[in-house]
Write a protein that binds this ligand. Structure first.
Ligand code: ATP
Length: 507
């Protein structure tokens, strides 16, 4: 764990040093859990968004896009349940004055027991070698059973208390589990309270008639309230989807862990409208499709896993997360939810407008059911950095840090580097740059030794470095260096674009 935390810290400082992510308002000492994306970060972020958009909208004839406003009518959040129920249980430690999410404290304790189970299994697997039967071991080993019993009892009690909104029992559970504050080490807890996560502001010029409005905590509601507009004007037939990317805001109680949990972040969401009764089939299809999207980036399958929700949100009849193995452990990256007809029905009720679909095959009207895929853009960014960040010892004893980003997402696809900044090499390099820049993000650089420039581009994940040398002036060839293998090949200038295109083509 300690080693992983170390790596996480290195990723954070790398992100800053190389212009990916800066703390917001840094010259004023920052603003908690808000971040800015720098010159390389914005390219990576745009590329992730575009990769998602292409695969969801461009590659699906029955999915269209939308860009709804952040400000929406306040009744929308009443209808969606966010005004009444979008809250987290919080608890303070009186000694450290630190605030925690009560559910996270309990879930961390459950995870500790699960870790112990995993360690027992790992030890036994080593001891028994090929003859090890994991299922049998987990079902019979006394210590494993004891931890499992603890996990089951505590989670039953916790979810039951949350369902009854019995916050006193949640506090009692924290005390009984002897959970201590990680900062003060004490068990001097306040009562548990509910805390609404929506930011509010007011709209209107005169304070007396200003209306309270909310900054959207999810982009999904903008899709639901535009369902009729899109369905009618796009003549969409069920099943069909509406996709949207954009900012969402949550006043997170515990906003830590860099861009994993922010107060202002970006979501990429798609709501897929289906015939009632077919939703669970579509839910399974979208789970598979979304996992394949992640794998298409060339990241090993072992980095991802599904987590099935045992306790469902008030609007869902099935839900699963795709978790990614961050340096801080497996954590949610994307949620896939079967949201039933909850949202459309609620908007129908609160707005008084009929929100239905006439199904010509069935010859009947109904409120469609919805499957949602919802992924955090910033979290995907962090997943990519975590996967890509690699420290390497080279054969000659030197070290390098390389970002092995999927080429399709890399901020720059190639760097154009004159070997020296004289003898006509910069002019030749600029000529190449002027052709390539219409198709790819390229960077021209002539400062510092060629070795240093290679290292800089390794550190920001540029797949190819193109070096222009004296031979280029004679025969119009350049060297092309591969970021991962560091292998260099000599190729004609007119071949560069084709090679780069093949490399950066997504799957
Ligand atoms: P969590 O349990 O981590 O708070 P959630 O279940 O509330 O997340 P959803 O409401 O399902 O998250 O949002 C969909 C996606 O949006 C998440 O999978 C995550 O990638 C992203 N997301 C949610 N909250 C944040 C946040 N505060 N900062 C960054 N990304 C977020």
């Amino acid at each position: 764990m300690a080693q992983n935390e170390e790596i996480f810290k290195k990723i954070i400082s790398h992100a800053k040093e190389y212009g990916f992510v800066f703390p917001s308002s840094e010259i004023y000492d920052g603003l908690s859990a808000v971040y800015d994306y720098g010159q390389n970060g914005v390219e990576l972020k745009n590329n992730i968004r575009q990769y998602w958009w292409k695969s969801m909208v461009q590659h699906h004839e029955n999915i269209v896009g939308l860009d709804s406003a952040i400000f929406m009518h306040p009744t929308i959040w009443k209808a969606s349940g966010h005004v009444d129920a979008f809250s987290d249980p919080l608890i303070d430690n009186r000694d450290s004055k630190k605030r925690y999410r009560a559910d996270v404290l309990i879930e961390d304790q459950l995870a500790k027991w699960q870790d112990k189970i995993d360690k027992e299994v790992e030890k036994a697997a080593k001891r028994f070698g090929d003859t090890f039967d994991k299922d049998q071991f987990v079902a019979t080993n006394a210590r494993v059973l004891e931890y499992k019993e603890k996990i089951d009892t505590a989670s039953r009690r916790f979810y039951g208390a949350m369902e009854r909104n019995d916050l006193a029992d949640v506090k009692k559970l924290i005390e009984e589990l002897e959970i201590v504050c990680p900062v003060s080490g004490s068990r001097n807890w306040t009562d548990v309270r509910q805390f609404n996560l929506m930011f509010s502001t007011s709209m209107g010029s005169v304070s007396e008639d200003a209306n309270v409005i909310y900054l959207r905590p999810e982009t999904a509601q903008g899709i639901f309230v535009n369902y009729l507009n899109v369905q009618k004007t796009g003549r969409m037939k069920i099943p069909f989807g509406i996709a949207q990317t954009g900012k969402a805001f949550r006043n997170e109680i515990v906003a830590r862990q860099f861009i994993f949990r922010m107060r202002e972040f970006e979501q990429m969401e798609m709501q897929f409208f289906v015939r009632p009764g077919t939703e669970l089939e579509w839910f399974e299809k979208w789970k598979e499709t979304r996992l394949n999207w992640h794998l298409s980036l060339g990241i090993p399958a072992s980095k991802y896993r599904f987590h099935k929700h045992e306790k469902l949100a008030h609007y869902a009849n099935a839900a699963a997360d795709i978790e990614f193995e961050f340096p801080i452990g497996f954590k949610e990256l994307e949620g896939i939810h079967s949201r039933t007809d909850f949202d459309l029905k609620a908007h129908q009720e609160y707005s008084g407008k009929k929100i239905q679909y006439f199904d010509p095959e069935l010859n009947e009207n109904y409120v469609p059911y919805v499957i949602e895929t919802s992924i955090g853009l910033d979290r995907t960014f962090l997943a990519m950095l975590s996967f890509a960040y690699t420290e390497e010892k080279l054969e000659d004893g030197s070290e390098r840090v390389v970002l092995r980003l999927p080429a399709v997402l890399a901020p720059f696809k190639c760097a154009i580097l004159p070997l020296v900044a004289k003898d006509g090499l910069p002019e030749k390099a600029r000529e190449i740059m002027d052709v390539l820049k219409y198709d790819f993000m390229c960077q021209y650089e002539e400062k510092d030794s060629i070795g240093k420039r290679y290292r800089r581009h390794d550190a920001i994940g540029t797949p190819y470095c193109i070096t222009v040398d004296h031979q280029t002036l004679e025969d119009n060839t350049v060297t092309i260096r591969d970021r991962d293998t560091m292998k260099q090949d000599r190729i004609p200038i007119e071949k560069i674009a084709e090679l780069v295109r093949i490399k950066v083509k997504g799957n």
